[in-house]
Design a protein around this ligand. Structure first.
Ligand SMILES: [Zn+2]
Length: 72
């Protein structure tokens, strides 16, 4: 049965292990609405658009009291 000729150094071992644990940069693309950089397949953080449609209205994102609270 083949055996390794020499023991690998701790540096070589650690380099091998760290090669698979690096964080990847998220893929960025331009927003179709405001041309700012955004993470692909996510709602734009600047304008709230996704695929040309308004999903999250950024101008009226302030917390408003629900209707049930106003009635009581
Ligand atoms: Zn945008």
């Amino acid at each position: 049965m083949p055996n390794p000729k020499r023991k690998h150094t701790p540096h070589r071992r650690d380099c091998r292990r760290s090669a698979n644990s690096k964080l990847k940069q998220p893929t960025l693309c331009k927003c179709l609405n405001c041309n700012s950089m955004k993470i692909s397949h996510r709602i734009c953080n600047t304008c709230g658009f996704y695929a040309g449609k308004l999903i999250l209205n950024k101008s009226t994102q302030k917390v408003t009291t629900p209707i049930s609270y106003k009635e009581k």
